[in-house]
Design a protein around this ligand. Structure first.
Ligand code: GDP
Ligand code: MG
Length: 677
């Protein structure tokens, strides 16, 4: 099948268009760094494959995710390109457009965000733009789908039309550069006889720009000596001609001048507002003093809503359903079918209690994620990274690392992948290692359960405290690690991109929340189910065979082995150890384990049991331990993949365990000192 690729700067609406044109769903966010890997989907009419790529300002990669674009152009030459440009930021967007035109593949421009541009009083003459660039330019609004049909028709036409008689796009880079380009192009052309001269020229151009991805590729085509000789000669001749400038600077200069001239011909700013609504809102929301308090207040409201105002009410309903009709229904059915006590126990007290005990928390999780999606899509999230930049710099990271941190509140796995947007190797590694301290949704059921039992009247505050604590410890460790010899220092820089505020779209909010809920349900049906079965079996099997008293079960034996170690931090019982061990698979399993071993029919019943097993201080220490103690299995494996090192994967477990132990020890011992038990 034909391949159509979506290219464009970050945050210009590529993924929105991708979702409109295909049946798949990829996450959209009003900030850069949301898409870090290419995504493939089939067009709705099944005529071609559409590839969504990470955003880039130019083909020259600054970070790992940006390298994806150049590599794609080399390895998987697409049949055609859609270049999405943001009409409200056209001039800057055209830089990538020029590089893509030089690549020479049939291309259509989707002039997106025309609603935004119009709102700001910027008018673009798309017909003139189309004539000047020599390719179709189609105004669209990707998020509502307006204009996308016409865009598709033009793509289809591109595919059927022969483009042989088109004049290839070409800028004149001046005598010296053109001469070098000529030399390089000829050499590349003879190494690649079946590619077009246009492509060879593009490779030569990218070589002169020292695009590392292309340099690597060219090394297999030309001898390194030849390339070096050509670029050095070019440099010398530029200097001899009185221009104190590198070839890549010269390329940039010619392009930006050409773009500026073009832009002045196609854009009309005469009606533009002097101060936009976004600027007015930013004056308050990113205010140096007010910014952080507003952010904290907003977080607090979100947690209040998640627990006190809506979530708990819904959760109680689900609990009543599972512990009532579902359990008793299953029991009667099994009795009717003549199932043995073993089967009944496994299904009702193992699977239904274990999986159901976690499912109960779905409403809170859904509400929290709806809220986070709202913050992301409105554009406020990008402001938070700006607000945090100073603090992040103090600890040896930069504001960009805050993005993976926030994604980590959902799930640590994609968050660790999102660290690819960070340019500096050291900071990327540090971010990857610290992301697991961000409290992911899997830990939420544990907090809700414990906070509900022990801190019922302050549930929202206590749960929020867990999130804040994770963040504070991550920042503290970042400062510690970045001053240690483990992490070689590099100079850091941060270019924050502030998108305009946008009213989030209900459908896209719903979809991104649903994606997360779906992930949660999927986990309940797989890992948590398997975990529940294993825990139930282990808690009923002993040295004497099946059906032993739980205190003599294998689970109790394994737990008892480590329990003395946990005495100093307040929960040296085999039950707590068993829950922690199984929680390594997935942290929700901690709750399943509690449900199974305390064998409680309802949440309330479990609460009573927990209330006698833990004191409030012990419960708090346990919650903090759960927050910190180790990344889950899936997270450890993605750390190993992203760092390409078992050593760092092992380090992530080790430092987390040590930190958790110290934190819980401090809490428990200090708590006892001041009179709690
Ligand atoms: P990507 O980074 O290029 O993949 O961009 P996304 O598809 O993630 O979109 C970035 C933001 O722009 C999201 O908040 C979208 O809802 C929003 N957006 C996309 N297209 C349009 C459009 O045509 N008009 C407006 N007003 N917003 C849009
Ligand atoms: Mg995207």
């Amino acid at each position: 099948m034909n391949i159509i690729a979506l290219f464009g700067n970050p945050n210009t609406g590529k993924t929105s268009l991708f979702n409109k044109l295909t049946r798949s769903y990829a996450s959209v966010g009003n900030w850069s760094g949301v898409t870090v890997e290419k995504k493939v989907g089939t067009l709705r009419d099944k005529s071609a494959l559409l590839v969504d790529l990470p955003g880039a300002y130019s083909l020259h990669p600054l970070s790992l995710d940006e390298g994806v674009t150049s590599r794609f152009l080399i390895d998987e030459p697409p049949a055609s390109l859609i270049n999405i440009v943001d009409a409200s930021q056209l001039e800057r967007n055209l830089y990538l457009t020029v590089q893509l035109l030089e690549y020479g593949c049939p291309m259509v421009i989707g002039l997106n965000m025309i609603d935004v541009a119009r709102g700001r009083g910027i008018l673009i003459d798309e017909q003139r733009l189309s004539r000047q660039l020599g390719i179709p330019v189609l105004p669209i609004i990707a998020r509502s789908g307006q204009g996308t049909r016409a865009l598709l028709q033009h793509i289809a036409a591109l595919r059927t039309d022969s483009t042989a008689d088109d004049i290839p796009f070409r800028l004149d880079y001046g005598k010296v550069i053109e001469h070098t380009l000529q030399q390089l192009t000829t050499a590349i052309q003879s190494a690649l006889p079946d590619r077009t001269p246009q492509y060879a020229r593009w490779v030569a151009l990218q070589l002169l720009e020292s695009n590392p991805v292309v340099e690597q590729y060219a090394a297999s085509l030309l001898t390194p000596d030849f390339i070096r000789q050509q670029t050095e000669q070019c440099q010398q001749q530029l200097a001899a001609g009185g221009a104190d400038i590198t070839p890549s600077e010269q390329l940039r200069r010619v392009r930006t001048e050409w773009i500026a001239r073009l832009y002045s011909q196609v854009a009309d700013h005469s009606r533009a507002d002097s101060r936009t609504l976004t600027e007015k809102m930013d004056a308050v929301l990113t205010h140096p003093l007010l910014g952080i308090p507003i952010f904290l207040l907003m977080m607090f409201t979100i947690f209040k809503l998640t627990f006190d105002w809506a979530g708990n009410l819904l959760a109680d309903q689900i609990d009543a359903l599972i512990s009532g009709p579902v359990s008793s229904g299953a029991t009667s059915l099994l009795q009717l079918a003549g199932a043995s006590a073993f089967t009944q126990g496994l299904i009702v007290d193992g699977i239904i209690a274990g999986v159901g005990g976690v499912l109960v928390f779905m409403p809170q999780i859904a509400i929290l994620f709806l809220m986070i999606s709202l913050v992301e899509d409105s554009g406020y999230m990008a402001r938070i990274t700006l607000l945090m930049d100073r603090m992040m710099e103090y600890v040896g990271l930069n504001g960009k690392a805050f993005i993976p941190f926030i994604i980590g509140f959902g799930c640590n796995v994609p968050a660790i992948m999102a660290a690819r947007t960070i340019e500096q190797r050291r900071e990327r590694l540090l971010t990857i290692l610290l992301v697991p301290l961000m409290s992911c949704s899997a830990r939420l059921p544990v907090y809700i359960l414990f906070a509900g039992v022990f801190f019922a009247s302050h549930q929202a505050v206590v749960v929020m405290l867990m999130y804040v604590l994770g963040m504070i410890i991550a920042l503290g460790l970042a400062r510690l690690f970045s001053h240690s010899p483990l992490f070689a220092r590099e100079k850091s820089f941060f270019l924050v991109e502030l998108p305009p505020y946008r009213v989030p779209q209900p459908l896209s909010l719903f979809r991104s929340t649903w994606e997360k809920v779906k992930g949660f349900l999927h986990k309940a049906g797989t890992i948590i189910l398997a975990g529940s079965v294993a825990i139930w079996l282990l808690s009923h099997l002993g040295m004497q065979g099946y059906g032993v008293d739980m205190d003599h079960s294998l689970l109790a034996a394994i737990g008892g082995l480590f329990a003395p170690l946990l005495d100093p931090i307040g929960f040296g019982t085999w039950q707590a150890v068993a829950a922690l061990l199984t929680g390594f698979m997935a942290k929700e399993v901690v709750v399943s384990t509690m449900n199974i071993i305390y064998h409680a029919p309802t949440m309330e019943g479990l609460g009573v049991q927990l209330g006698s097993a833990f004191t409030a201080l012990q419960a708090f220490s346990f919650m903090v331990f759960i927050l910190l103690y180790t990344p889950c299995l899936a997270t450890v494996s993605v750390i190993r993949k992203e760092t390409q090192s078992w050593k760092w994967a092992g380090f992530s477990i080790l430092y987390a365990l040590i930190t958790a132990y110290i934190a819980a020890l401090l809490i428990y011992q200090l708590g006892r000192l001041i009179g709690y038990s």
